[in-house]
Write a protein that binds this ligand. Structure first.
Ligand code: F6P
Length: 323
């Protein structure tokens, strides 16, 4: 089509393993289709502060297996203002950036919406460990983070079992319980608390511990999503009510790091190439998604209005087998 000569690529919001392979695939596919690529560093702040680098085939060598993002990332407060958006637009014009590929979450796509209103074409690619993008079954980084959390909780299980204790573990997810519920199933947590579902500490934790204790269970893992929080208070309460020695562990930002898994690398490649091909075909202001293992795309306004429910079946599975 030839309409777009230069693409800018940026990562925004919390980093996620797989962002680097996504950047790499954007750069290489854009060059394949005859476009130039500029890297925007530090998320939307890079557009405001004119922090732009030229990218070529070799600039993205040796990043396919690395976590984090070679372009750095940020949650830009300034970009939320009209003044910030105007500065960003002017930087795009200065560098001849016709279109932006933005790898991030919902907040990042709202940024796409804003700058697209000024005439910069955009495509959003879902990259977040939270898997909370409504228009996509899957987000880049989720699989790696799940496996990281699972491996750490497996380690915690060894010591919890040895001391016949209870461990209360916090996993990431301020607003979304996907990471927590799946990790809970994968690690055999007795109970998983998620932001989407109210809980009753007596019924859902103390009652369950006491019931399973009667059946001979001697160690307990209670998983708590970050959005529910208060793991230290919960641990103290459990110890006080049951007499079982209880420890609290916050897994924290380690969940966002590490070499991206096979699934995250391949998904990153699929989504990134789709993003560039859409632009090459004159299609823009879309968000990429994954539905039934196929790459799809939605109008950005539509994508941002969609809602995603946590699968109630998963919650039920966790309840049935975590006993
Ligand atoms: O990127 C998503 C996420 O890791 C959430 O799970 C978490 O609530 C949040 O980011 C933490 O953000 P920050 O890096 O600002 O502490």
């Amino acid at each position: 089509m030839g309409e777009i000569k230069t693409i800018g690529v940026l990562t925004s919001g919390g980093d996620a393993p797989g962002m680097n392979p996504a950047i790499r695939a954007v750069v290489r596919s854009a060059i394949y289709y005859g476009m130039n690529v500029k890297g925007v560093r530090h998320g939307y702040n890079g557009l405001i502060n004119d922090d732009i680098v030229d990218l070529n085939l070799r600039s993205v060598s040796e990043i396919i297996h690395r976590g984090g993002t070679m372009l750095y990332t940020a949650r830009s407060k300034e970009f939320m203002t009209e003044e910030g958006q105007q500065k960003a637009y002017e930087t795009c014009v200065k560098h001849g950036i016709d279109a932006l590929v933005v790898i991030g979450g919902d907040g990042s796509f709202r940024g796409c919406q804003a700058i697209s209103k000024k005439g910069i074409k955009t495509i959003g690619i879902p990259g977040t460990i939270d898997n909370d993008i409504a228009c996509s079954d899957y987000t880049i980084g989720y699989d790696t983070a799940l496996n990281t959390a699972m491996e750490m909780i497996d380690k915690l299980r060894d010591t919890t079992q040895s001391h016949e204790r209870c461990s209360v573990v916090e996993v990431m997810g301020r607003h979304a319980g996907y990471l927590a519920i799946n990790t809970g199933i994968a690690t055999g947590a007795l109970c998983t608390l998620i932001p989407e579902k109210e809980f009753d500490i007596e019924r859902d934790i103390i009652g369950r511990i006491q019931e399973t204790q009667k059946q001979g269970k001697k160690n307990f893992i209670i998983l708590v999503a970050e959005g529910v929080g208060k793991v230290f208070d919960i641990a103290n309460y459990i110890e006080m009510r049951t007499g079982i020695e209880t420890r609290a562990t916050v897994l924290g930002h380690v969940q966002r790091g590490g070499s991206p898994s096979m699934r995250d690398r391949v998904t990153a490649a699929e989504m990134a190439v789709e993003a560039v091909e859409l632009l090459n075909n004159g299609v823009y202001n879309r968000v990429i998604g994954m539905h039934d293992n196929k790459v799809v795309n939605y109008d950005i306004d539509e994508a941002l209005q969609m809602k995603k429910e946590l699968d109630p079946h998963l919650v039920s599975i966790a309840n049935i087998i975590s006993i």
